[in-house]
Ligand binder design. Sequence first.
Ligand SMILES: *Cc1c(COP(=O)(O)O)cnc(C)c1O
Length: 397
Amino acid sequence: MKTSIEQRLRDLQHFGEEGGVVPVIDVAATSTFLNPEDMARTFQGELPGCYLYSRHSNPTVKAFSAKIAALEGTEAALGVSSGMAAITASLLQLLRQGDHLISSRVVYGGTYALFENLLPRFGIEVSFVDLDDEAALAAAVRPGRTKVLYAETMSNPMLTISDLPRLARFKEKHGLKLVIDNTFAPLMVSPARFGADVVVHSATKFLSGAADMIAGAVAGPRAFVDSLVDVNHGAVMLTGPVMDPRTAHELYLRLDHLPLRVRAHSAAALDFASFAEKLGVPTIYPGLASHPHHARLREIANPGFGFGGMVTIDCGDPKRALALAKQLQDARFGLYAVSLGFSRTLMSCPAVSTSSEIPEDKRRAMKLHEGLLRLSIGFTGHAEEMHERFAKAWKAL
Ligand SMILES: *Cc1c(COP(=O)(O)O)cnc(C)c1O
């Protein structure tokens, strides 16, 4: 029988000193070489696995990283300081001046700004493409120069699903690396299964679950992950966005609850989305048959984790969206705050927050208008009481 992700995660064991059931937090910034000759050899890369200096490698970060590799089904992974660090370091490692990157046009606002404003300053060109438009995608390839195809498994805030099998075939055909941001769909979808070369995460979101830290991770082949901390050429080693061992330890422990939390988010979100749709609220949720990518998600999803914790509703215009958010916040339905994957419901208007970096005309083209309210549905509280509070606020609009 094939080992499931959950079992892979569970089977990893790191003992603490004296046999503790959890690993210790190893905070040492630097490590002693009992044989001084080994230090030089470590710098030469001859002793992989030797701890040297905590920007290069750390035992606690390594334990967390092993769990991320198990989660994503990749050979290796590396915890870093944020989701943006995971994206930036991965792309700096894969691209150089003169290279070209094709990105989905629906990406997280910070990612969009990185691609639109920062990477071009270093001679890396980016084309934003509707990846479902096969002709546009094919036309975007610049032979010899296009090196990376970038997308999110589930995009913000329209919750569109990337056609991973097709993107993988495309990248094979053109010799590209496929980099997938799986922040919205941990456990639910395993992009590496379909051929993604690198999977990045903002661990700030579902992986953390408590909205109390900023963290990220990169998962991929061993050689790629090792290259990130190469002392001469590694994008993480040389730009420095490392994960603190204390953060790594917290996240290591929380990953044991991730399957429970993802299932709880998915169940609560499906319940809420079904209720809202019945109430007559225009509701975008990939778990609903009305979502254009419902069947696509069913095809690529790992069984048992549902359709995710994110729901977007259309309030018609920005005034109504903000008024509803205020009502819902006053009724203790949720908190008006960016981010996602928290145990409580978080709400924000993407056009004026997490997607505000995307210019208006481009937002229009992807139907990302100002009246949308995005909800990261928490799993706390009582479903029927939440329904009542929501219905009351919606009807009062
Ligand atoms: C939040 C987020 C990021 C950025 O992560 P940080 O941890 O805030 O740096 C990247 N991608 C997606 C999809 C996100 O939601």
